[in-house]
Design a protein around this ligand. Structure first.
Ligand SMILES: Cc1ncc(COP(=O)(O)O)c(C=O)c1O
Length: 445
């Protein structure tokens, strides 16, 4: 489950120098088993409950293999038209599947693109926001230290990295307070923007989250969007894991207001059975994104691009080259069908809700945050040291893997149900093992 390898252990088992002569493939596979597997944490185990999932499926893996075999580099439409057109098509399918606004469709002024990660998507959104707010001058002249962006105290750390890379600067990234459910406070956001404007700064961007990493909190997108509208700020919605839940209409209320967003992203590589990496990113105004990121050197010029009739995805992200990622997504959607995907997501949520009920009814444990979907934040009432002991013992037992966070200053255990093959028996066993370890605590003796 969680690899028990010590630092340096895997490397020290490898030969110091590369082989002078080629080796039979059999020898390679034997070494994978002997030397590499002990250093693997088993993300695809049904007993993996840590972090957010990074799940996978047979069709996803086959699609990825096919992509590797074709070895396509799809930087331009002309370098493999199918790579671009399948991607555009699948992202349009997803707009409908997730109940996202029509402005994200490729037939509108917007459109979608597959990126490697949510981190890259957020960076692109921030760059486009920065350019829009500075009338496309920061790309030319650099940032002047006056551009500011807004997240909550619970926003993923990738936004901090994005602010560093985008030249906004961490000091100009405002962390807005959250309410008792760890959701961004629109009133605090509005006051901060007003104060920044009074100080002569240039607010450009707000990131809201559908399902924060720490506790799966849901920011009030509609209310934040009103503030953004009032001040003409770019609103990005980061739905990295929880966006997948929108495949089920009954969970879409969690992202009410998404129709007001300028950009949105979620990771099929987290909860939608599509092996890493695969992030879907949509913008409402593709011109703003392309104007921000487009450079056309002579050696990339071609007739299709000049005609304006095609999408060249190289203009939609940081890097130039790109893999044929839509194949695996297409395979996953066709294999499961929308109903199949809904079935599995509902089942994960049901299992998580069952676990939350067990915690609620146990006098030794408590829930530490609301449980809107598939993440349960909970703790033993005996305090931080007890929770740390429970977690360490479970994670070194090999029976399951879970991780922690801090909420309101208290160490909190996180159990996330989202691995493809997790069933009721795995969640039941996890709860049984957690209670067993809790019963071994000195205070329980
Ligand atoms: C809410 C949220 N945003 C962004 C990320 C970063 O994801 P990625 O690894 O795709 O950059 C995560 C990762 O867990 C996340 O939970």
């Amino acid at each position: 489950m969680l690899s028990q390898a010590k630092p340096g252990e895997i490397r020290s088992s490898l030969p110091a120098n590369p082989p002078a002569h080629g080796e039979p493939f059999d020898a390679l596979l034997k070494d994978v088993e002997k030397l590499i597997l002990p250093g693997i944490t088993h993300w695809q185990s049904p007993n993996f409950f840590a972090y957010f999932p990074c799940n996978a499926s047979g069709p996803g893996i086959l699609g990825d293999l096919l992509s590797s075999g074709l070895g396509v580099q799809g930087m331009l439409w002309s370098t493999s038209p199918a790579c671009t057109e399948l991607e555009t098509h699948v992202l349009d399918w997803l707009v409908t599947m997730l109940g996202l606004p029509e402005k994200f469709l490729s037939s509108s002024a917007g459109g979608g693109v597959i990126q490697d990660t949510a981190s890259s998507a957020a960076l692109c959104a921030l760059l486009a926001a920065r350019e829009r707010a500075t009338n496309y001058s920061s790309n030319k002249k650099g940032c002047d230290g006056r551009v500011v962006a807004y997240v909550s105290t619970q926003t993923h750390s990738s936004l901090q990295k994005a602010a560093m890379i985008a030249g906004i600067g961490v000091d100009n990234l405002r962390s807005i307070d959250v309410d008792e459910n760890f959701a961004m406070r629109p009133d605090a956001l509005a006051s901060q923007i007003e104060a920044d404007k009074r100080a002569g700064l240039v607010p450009c961007f707000v990131c809201t989250t559908v399902g924060t990493t720490s506790s799966n909190a849901m920011d009030p997108i509609a209310d934040v969007a009103q503030v953004c509208r009032q001040h003409n700020l770019w609103l990005h919605v980061d739905a990295a894991m929880s966006g997948t839940a929108a495949i089920c209409p009954e969970f879409r209320h969690l992202q009410n207001g998404v129709e007001l967003a300028d950009s949105y992203n979620f990771n099929p590589h987290k909860w939608m059975f599509t092996n890493f990496d695969c992030n879907c990113f949509w913008v409402a105004d593709r011109k703003a994104l392309i104007q921000t990121l487009s450079i056309l050197p002579e050696y990339l010029r071609n007739q299709a691009t000049e005609s304006g009739a095609v999408i060249d995805y190289r203009d939609w992200h940081i890097q130039l080259g790109r893999r044929f990622r839509s194949l695996k997504l297409w395979f996953v959607i066709r294999h499961y069908g929308v109903e199949g995907l809904q079935h599995h997501i509902r089942r994960h949520v049901e299992l998580a809700q069952q676990f939350a009920a067990w915690v609620r009814n146990d006098e030794n444990f408590e829930l530490a945050a609301p449980t809107p979907l598939n993440l349960i934040c909970f703790r033993h009432k005996a305090g931080d040291a007890a929770n740390q002991t429970i977690m360490d013992r479970l994670n070194s037992s090999g029976d399951l893997f879970l991780t922690h966070t801090k909420l309101n200053g208290k160490l909190t255990l996180r159990l996330c149900v989202g691995q493809t093959n997790t069933q009721a028996k795995h969640v039941e066993r996890a709860w049984q093992r957690i209670r067993e370890e809790a019963n071994k605590l000195p205070s329980a003796a």
